[in-house]
Design a protein around this ligand. Structure first.
Ligand SMILES: [Cu+2]
Length: 133
């Protein structure tokens, strides 16, 4: 009888320790983001900056990219029904209407270090900034 009580307490203690260890582990590990697409990718000699245009704005809003590299901005419209479709890059005198769904690419040239390029809806409600360094 004594042995059974001992075994039960050891089992309960082991379970408690396992639970404590596993819950501790969970708090240490950062949550994996749902969107794993990196915003800046390299395709051959061209740097591609990926921005999603959707109702509610542009994502991500702050991007850091490499300077002195041929750069293309790839806007991906996803369920985009708002004024974010009316898209501007003031610095490059670009004005365009993005589709509701699909890809639109803009040549950003070869920005130099310290240059910032702003993308915005025509009213300035939604923006994102690409910082080249
Ligand atoms: Cu707007």
């Amino acid at each position: 009888m004594k042995n059974i009580i001992l075994m039960v307490s050891i089992t309960v203690a082991a379970l408690l320790i396992m639970f404590a260890l596993s819950s501790g582990k969970n708090t240490q590990q950062p949550e994996v983001k749902g969107d794993t697409t990196p915003s800046v990718t390299q395709e051959g000699d061209t740097q591609v900056i990926n921005v999603v245009s959707t109702s509610g704005g542009y994502y991500p809003q702050n991007i850091v990219a490499k300077a002195n590299t041929k750069t293309v901005l790839r806007m991906e419209s996803k369920n985009s029904y708002g004024c974010e479709r009316s898209f501007r890059i003031p610095k490059l005198n670009i004005t365009d209407i993005l589709p509701q769904q699909g890809i639109t690419e803009f040549d950003l040239g070869t920005p130099s270090s310290g240059e910032n390029i702003l993308g915005t809806c025509s009213m300035g409600m939604y923006t994102f900034t690409i910082k080249f360094e």
